[in-house]
Design a protein around this ligand. Sequence first.
Ligand code: CP
Length: 305
Amino acid sequence: MLRHLLNPMDFSVEELDRLMDLAGDIERNPDKYAHACDRKTLATCFYEPSTRTRLSFEGAMYHLGGHVLGFSSADSSSAAKGESVSDTMRVISCYADIAAIRHPKEGAALVASMKSTIPVINAGDGGHQHPTQTLTDLLTIRSLKGHLDNLTIGLCGDLKFGRTVHSLIEALSRYEGVRFLLISPPELRVPSYIREHLDKTGHYYEEVQSLDDAITSLDILYMTRVQKERFFNEEDYIRMKDFYILNKAKMALAKEDMLVLHPLPRVNEISVEVDDDPRAVYFQQAQYGMYIRMALILTLLELEV
Ligand code: CP
């Protein structure tokens, strides 16, 4: 049966565990997987800019021995002539075995999947979800902390438009004992559907404004960029963009084993002076992103190695 990844909740906790185990094996034994995707093709259909997601997908497919085709902006595809996502994906299905799509509109990946005859992966749909970033985040936390339950995680910055935040909260809410500190200015709180979700699951969460107060109790600090491209006016963005800046002074307040994650790109919200702190793992996180995408491609194509 054709399987897509549109939302991190599309995989059960057991399936996520298997995916992360596979990513770990790929990291340790890359040669074993070097021809796993011989004669297979990945299409990367990116209607929005990307560095990590697109290139880690492409790197993943090359490391699996496969091929890649696609486009990196709407302007360089027939979307510029008015072609619908649905028609584009029907056509891409004729050329590739699996596709990753990023689009500025919420729900675009779902629409793409409806007429596709190949697995479709949501590589970010507007301010909605970014499931493969979440797989990356889960693998990073599990690899470096050893577990995903009983953690206190602070998500800081643009919690309104930050799709990585929405996906990660939903995914972590399936693990016991996870506590969420949602650190944002009032204008950038998480959407109500995320709060309702946490109410339903019964997880502890608190919405706070002060990073200094929250940081002392955290096991994980998930920093995010203020999403300039989703703001309706420049003035609001300028007012918000430097609301939080993680620097050495703030890191001195944190636990010795707290990890700092960030989906990247970062702008000003993490000072470069923090990069050398061993707790800053955001570049390592980007590396995990390729291993988990390799595991995802193999899983959705049902390829055994
Ligand atoms: N984390 C992430 O989605 O980065 P890119 O926008 O560079 O793909």
